[in-house]
Design a protein around this ligand. Sequence first.
Ligand code: PGA
Length: 253
Amino acid sequence: MTNKLKYFIGNWKMYGDFSSLKIIHQIQHFCIGFKKYNKKNKIILCVPNTLIYFYATKIKSKFISIGAQNCHHHQSNGPFTGSVSASMLKKSGAKYIILGHSENRSEGDTNQSIKRKIGSALSQKLIIIFCIGETFNEKKEGKTFSVLRKQIRSSIDKKYNLNKIIIAYEPLWSIGTGKIPKVKELKKIFKFIKNEIKKIFKTRYLPIVLYGGSVNQNNIRMLSTISEIDGFLIGGASKSSKKFIDIIKNYYK
Ligand code: PGA
């Protein structure tokens, strides 16, 4: 992976069925015609577990990869009703996996369990999209950097292969609210995250860091001016092929 690529990652959350394949087909069709930028883009759609195998076998596209949205921390089979392991997701055709999403943190994921999930997914050669972000109260209290530092340091082990981890900065107060941080704030936060990773890993390699939270076809113009942002994790707008495609188009306008 290289930082020169721009990532457009859809997080479908609990949405979609077999007929939603048409959304992916429309995105694929757009990619085929978008020759000038294709080599610069990486498009990943993280879909519900029930659709991974179906989409992965139907979509034979070099432009689009399929990802999962969460997994159980346990590596092998076990008595965990309703759960799936990273290995099951990998065998279904997932190449990427979102871990640490705030919606899963609010249902019980902790920095420690996320660390185990990351380890388990890495062992299956899945590429991790690791979500971090502060709440509105934490932001108001000036705790953004300390919260992010703790999330990063508690969940990323120095032994992990940094090439296989993409960070997604998603302030909780931005997810699904239509609100996004100011350009100045984002620049500072992205520099902070990249420096923090450099410090932990004692590396000069700059990690891939995405922004997520209410990204849409309008605010993407403003977000595209921030060179520190390597791509976007897109929730609501990724369920519509038109909105998702317009985000990519407007990014390059
Ligand atoms: P949103 O969701 O784009 O709908 O705000 C982003 C996310 O939860 O990943």
